[in-house]
Design a protein around this ligand. Structure first.
Ligand SMILES: O=c1ccn([C@@H]2O[C@H](COP(=O)(O)O)[C@@H](O)[C@H]2O)c(=O)[nH]1
Length: 275
């Protein structure tokens, strides 16, 4: 998927919501545990009930890898289900990969070719040769961690290195890499006050923004400081949507929560873009 197609879908759906698929067997409704593949059944129901309100799905691979080979198969079924039934929806493998180039190439193949995700999250710590193998894939996107939503982001990412905070250095340097037009960046919603500075460095890039909902970030603050003239944001929420209910009505309740976020987004888009 191109960023232009993503932008068009955002305007059409009046939404820049990305629903996080973080299935946890201790949290999903009891009745699903009797099915052959509870994780897939859970995801499928969430996807079917929210697909018109969201432009992206972000399965976090940890929540699949934790269940071994069965979890990996649930991930494959989930991405296939989205690609077959809702091919316009942007998919993100939240895997936070990155290694020496030779190994990164294999990670890129796994997520872009085998699983056919539109994008994958990558950690920048190992530098240029660890990220460029992901960038080589046409119409695929590499979403690099810039300033994360957690408290530990202040341990390293905001440290001053040669007169500049590390996350700014990461943003600036990454722009010089081959095929950098395929980059997007992760910026936490809990760090809304940093968006103005970030937009000075990457005015046109899409930002994946986790941290509204369960982590308490503010959607309106993120939009105020982070939105560009093409929206340029994919705002993720997982637990607040997918675990809105533990009962048989979980998919319905997930839709209600997603709708609340989408309505707020529609209002913001309407005000800013007169659509
Ligand atoms: O900085 C980051 C990077 C990734 N995440 C991931 O996003 C979701 C957030 O889930 P919620 O339930 O909406 O809090 C989860 O998969 C994280 O691993 C992040 O939160 N912050």
């Amino acid at each position: 998927m191109t960023t232009q197609q993503l932008h068009e879908q955002i305007l059409q759906k009046k939404s820049f919501l990305c629903v996080g698929l973080d299935p946890d067997l201790t949290k999903i409704p009891q009745h699903l545990l009797e099915t052959e593949d509870p994780i897939f059944e859970f995801n499928k129901a969430i996807i079917d009930s929210t697909h018109d309100l969201t432009v992206g799905y972000k399965p976090n691979t940890a929540f699949f890898e934790a269940y071994g080979i069965k979890g990996w198969m649930s991930l494959q079924k989930t991405i296939n289900y989205i690609n077959e039934n809702y091919p316009d929806i942007f998919t993100i493998a939240d895997a936070k990969r990155g290694d020496i180039g030779n190994t990164s190439s294999m990670y890129a193949k796994a997520f872009f070719e085998d699983l056919n995700f539109d994008s994958v999250t990558v950690a920048p710590y190992m530098g240029k040769d660890s990220v460029e193998p992901f960038l080589a894939f046409e119409n695929k996107h590499t979403i690099m961690l810039a300033l994360t939503s957690n408290e530990g982001a202040f341990d390293f990412q905001t440290l001053n290195t040669n007169g500049k905070e590390l996350y700014k250095q990461v943003l600036e340097t990454s722009k010089t890499w081959k095929n950098s037009e395929n980059l997007m960046y992760v910026v936490g919603a809990t760090k809304a006050e940093y968006f103005t500075e970030i937009r000075k460095i990457v005015p046109d890039s899409f930002l994946l923004v986790p941290g509204i909902g369960a982590q308490g970030g503010s959607l309106s603050e993120v939009c105020k400081y982070g939105m560009n003239d093409k929206v340029g944001l994919l705002v993720n929420s997982a637990r607040a949507i997918i675990y809105a209910s533990k009962g048989t009505d979980f998919a319905e309740k997930a839709r209600e929560e997603a709708l609340k976020v989408q309505k707020e987004m529609a209002e913001i888009i309407g005000l800013k873009f007169q659509v």
